[in-house]
Design a protein around this ligand. Sequence first.
Ligand SMILES: [Zn+2]
Length: 239
Amino acid sequence: MKLDILAIGAHPDDVELSCGATIAKEVAQGKQVGILDLTRGELGTRGTAQTRDEEAKDAAAILKVAVRENLKFADGFFINDKKHQLEIIKVIRKYQPDVVFCNALDDRHIDHSKGSKLASDACFLSGLVKIETKDEFGNTQPAWRPKHVYHYIQWKNLQPDFVVDVTGYIDVKMQSVLAYKTQFFDENSKEPQTPISSKNFADSVIYRARDLGRLVGVEYGEGFNVERYVAVDSVFDLK
Ligand SMILES: [Zn+2]
């Protein structure tokens, strides 16, 4: 199956929190979107790897993505080396996405900036024909380089290079976020508090989208950073 967009995240829930509404909108417009989680989030203070697996499945169904895979790298400790790059390259070549979303360029959790660079490096290397990989049936995979790599924004308030108008998709985004029942605000939870389990954090996901929307003249927005300048055919392409 060929994908239009592959959204890569260090942990299950990174993608939902940062670009869930953009994904829901692209899916609604007929695009094939997949999610690749690098780890199972097994070091998360709340919940377990098993609960996270279930929650990720529920969130994927809410966003109506075509596929969701998990590379089971070590949460907190994966590194950007040949072994990890090759695992991601195999997934990129399998799904041949035109656009890849990946973690924020800079963030509070160390896996986010690590995952960001790892995914971006894998996208570049995936285009090199002399790097040979095989699919699950032992067939040689053709080289494939996504046209664009866009970094979503998560914890820190990074300044976006462009904003997607996600008006109409914030509710489905929040449903996908709150599918991670063990992770986010739940007044009845007995689990320890974490920076992302507060009501303040859950609210911030919505008010940031609202604020970005305000700044670009729409109701809600999600921001992204680019690695190279964005180009348009015409100045009238911009909203
Ligand atoms: Zn994360």
